[in-house]
Write a protein that binds this ligand. Structure first.
Ligand SMILES: [Zn+2]
Length: 129
């Protein structure tokens, strides 16, 4: 077996100038895979990329279109994860602020234990001002 190579179209050396699987000439969007095998009186064997995709799928492999679709999904999911992380960071920041307020409130309540609500409010206003 010689070197496998991808070509833009069938060459004169290829058997009947078409794909050895589907027997069609090159279709739009297809490339040609020269298998690097020469058969006496037949020529070099070549297969179109459409048939390569069919064979690859049968063997459990993905086509370039499937890989592109998975990469697009991965990009979307990565963006969603990064956005979720930013939201979680902002929530953690807010939680930290709330915990700070809670500590201040506990301190105020501890300092003014036993005082009536009106005088507690006045004390809080005095602390804030
Ligand atoms: Zn074909």
């Amino acid at each position: 077996m010689g070197t496998v190579q991808v070509l833009p179209d069938f060459q004169e050396r290829h058997r009947h100038g078409c794909c050895i699987v589907c027997s069609l000439p090159r279709r739009d969007g297809d490339q040609i895979v020269d298998l690097g095998c020469d058969i006496e009186f037949e020529g070099s064997l070549a297969i179109c990329t459409t048939c390569v995709g069919v064979v690859a799928a049968a063997a459990g492999l993905m086509t370039p279109a499937q890989v592109d679709a998975i990469n697009a999904d991965l990009s979307t999911m990565t963006a969603e994860v990064l956005n979720a992380r930013r939201i979680m960071d902002r929530l953690a920041e807010k939680e930290s602020q709330v915990n700070g307020y809670r500590r201040q409130l506990r301190t105020i309540l501890a300092e003014h234990q036993g005082m009536k609500v009106e005088s507690l409010r006045a004390a809080a206003l005095a602390d804030a001002g």
